[in-house]
Design a protein around this ligand. Structure first.
Ligand code: SF4
Length: 222
């Protein structure tokens, strides 16, 4: 009887949040070594499959899961795939992606040393912002990825990523440049590379954010 009451409370809770069905039951992904983490990420990718949990599935070409070192100490999280990413099923491979790769290399990493993912895994049509219900549907996948990889630091890229991870409506111009916490992980919000393509003068601000990340990781800026 107690269990039934508890289940009713859970259902009411999710209904109040606007869910029409219960959030996913994700696979068990306890992992410690790099190999175990890689296998756990594979299981998660398999679980996502050809996901249709939100309407972004209707116009996407590919689910863009994310890529990189399963045991990365540094993780970059953008907003969602763009046109090139949707076609190639890889995150940050267009013009903004090339700028992100340059930042990663300037920080002294190779792209394959870090892990790169997005808040939503399917391309919002016309590169619009992902909507709340799409983020709510997709975010459990990213949270699971983060818990598997367990990075030391996350750099979030752009407004949507920072505001989603921090549960905040504060503008990115005020969030960026100082550390916050996400699930006990240090989180540095910074500008999105696509913004930097339009506002190259702000690259220096992002580099300043990157230097703080390197310090937090105990690395010297190259
Ligand atoms: Fe599924 Fe996420 Fe794609 Fe929506 S954006 S269809 S929840 S993988």
């Amino acid at each position: 009887m107690q269990k039934t009451r508890a289940l009713t409370q859970v259902l009411r809770f999710y209904n109040a949040l606007g869910f029409e069905r219960l959030p996913l039951c994700l696979p068990d992904t306890a992992a410690h070594s790099s190999d175990e983490k890689g296998e756990a990420l594979e299981r998660l990718r398999h679980h996502i499959g050809d996901c249709t949990r939100c309407r972004l599935s209707e116009k996407r070409t590919n689910v863009v899961f994310g890529e990189g070192n399963p045991d990365a100490e540094l993780m970059f999280i953008g907003e969602g795939p763009g046109r090139d990413e949707d076609i190639q099923a890889r995150p940050f491979v267009g013009e903004a992606g090339r700028l992100l790769t340059r930042l990663i290399e300037r920080m002294g990493f190779r792209r394959e040393d870090v892990y790169i993912a997005n808040i939503v895994k399917c391309r919002p049509p016309g590169n619009r912002d992902p909507q709340d219900e799409e983020i709510i549907a997709c975010i459990p996948f990213l949270k699971k990825q983060i818990s598997i990889i367990a990075p030391k630091v996350i750099m979030s890229l752009g407004r949507v990523s920072a505001q989603t991870l921090l549960g905040s409506k504060t503008p990115i111009s005020r969030l960026r440049g100082r550390f916050s916490r996400f699930d006990d992980i240090d989180l540095m919000p910074t500008f999105h590379p696509a913004y930097l393509l339009r506002n190259p003068k702000d690259k220096m601000l992002v580099w300043g954010d990157a230097i703080k990340v390197l310090e937090k990781l105990g690395r010297e800026a190259p």
